[in-house]
Design a protein around this ligand. Structure first.
Ligand SMILES: Cc1cc2nc3c(=O)[nH]c(=O)nc-3n(C[C@H](O)[C@H](O)[C@H](O)COP(=O)(O)OP(=O)(O)OC[C@H]3O[C@@H](n4cnc5c(N)ncnc54)[C@H](O)[C@@H]3O)c2cc1C
Length: 306
């Protein structure tokens, strides 16, 4: 069998192969994985990327350009520069070429973060099984300054640090939940199945998974989970993912910052307010008004609060 493989050559009869003009380089520099630690026990590790081997001087952005050119054909002569083409595609939401790049990650995160993450349905996921294996004794605890007060403006969110006293009470509450792990172990030793013993463990316990996704859907994940409205903990994971992919698809990441992350959408009412030179929008909805004021501040418009 080994000999058979050794004898196999890429150029077999009837197969046409193309050699790159420049030598191929590994976009992961020969690394098996590149890991960024998150919090106390979490991590995001990049394990693979497609394309991984590209001609020297190129990045995985080339796969986007390659796919786009098949659909635009002669038309791309007008947008001949690769960077310009990628920026055009992103601006005009021509998304399928971005699906030609894929990333595979190994990640460890607390279950409450995993519950938010798994909502992104277009990824391929394989998760640690608490039925098959014993849950590891690892729990997430925020630092004292990262215990947040309930936001008054956003029911889903937290705001500034709550202060050491109440934060201490909160951390004690987490410690009590973690102490249930000893009960979990004892009950499992007494014969309770792993699949049932685990159900009393808190959401702060860690799970892990392999997560593979194409670039188009990763960008969507990142735009939602790096946003200030996302929970701080999942934002930390999204930031690690962003940092890992940025050197591999630098042109796309730059365009995504320009046209999505650091851009702004204006509603019809907001456009009308700008045209009329007014500070107010024609709406009595308080949330809409507040969002408009936030945009005015971001734009540095006259009279907007700094
Ligand atoms: C700040 C924030 C708060 C949230 N709060 C809540 C909450 O309170 N409750 C809650 O349940 N969820 C909540 N979510 C989750 C949210 O509703 C989405 O489920 C999640 O963000 C995934 O988005 P998505 O469906 O676009 O992503 P993906 O599942 O990755 O899908 C990507 C895109 O693929 C397409 N797609 C995927 N599957 C289908 C399908 N079956 N049919 C049609 N099109 C499909 C859609 O275009 C979709 O936008 C929250 C998310 C955020 C970011």
């Amino acid at each position: 069998m080994t000999e058979q493989i050794a004898e196999m050559k890429p150029e077999t009869a009837g197969v046409a192969s193309t050699k790159p003009e420049a030598p191929l380089i590994d976009l992961m520099g020969g690394d098996l994985r590149r890991q960024i630690d998150v919090h106390d026990h979490g991590f995001v590790a990049l394990c693979d990327v497609m394309p991984r081997l590209v001609p020297e001087g190129q990045t995985a952005d080339m796969a986007i350009v390659q796919a786009a050119r098949v659909s635009y054909g002669q038309g791309t002569k007008k947008i001949s520069e690769d960077r310009g083409l990628i920026r055009y595609l992103l601006r005009h939401r021509h998304t399928t070429p971005f699906e030609m790049v894929e990333f595979k990650f190994h990640c460890a995160m607390p279950i409450f973060v995993a519950r938010q993450w798994i909502r992104h349905r277009t990824a391929n996921v394989n998760e640690y099984s608490g039925r098959y294996s014993v849950m590891p004794d690892r729990f997430y605890r925020p630092t004292t300054e990262n215990v947040h007060r309930q936001s008054t403006s956003n029911r889903q969110g937290g705001e500034e640090s709550i202060g050491a006293g109440t934060a201490g009470d909160f951390l004690e509450y987490l410690a009590k939940a973690e102490a249930l792990y000893a009960e979990y172990e004892r009950l499992h030793e007494d014969g309770v199945s792993r699949e049932q013993a685990r159900i009393g463990l808190p959401q702060s316990i860690y799970t892990e998974w392999y997560w593979k996704c194409d670039l188009h859907n990763i960008l969507r994940f990142l735009s939602l989970r790096l946003d200030a409205h996302a929970q701080a903990e999942i934002r930390d994971y999204a930031q690690a993912m962003w940092d890992l992919i940025a050197p591999i698809v630098p042109v796309t990441v730059e365009a995504f910052r320009d046209y999505e992350m650091e851009s702004m959408r204006l509603t019809r009412l907001e456009i009308e307010a700008i045209r009329a030179g007014g500070a107010e929008i024609d709406s009595t909805n308080k949330r809409e008004q507040a969002e408009w004021q936030a945009k005015r501040e971001q734009l540095g418009m006259d009279g907007a609060r700094a």
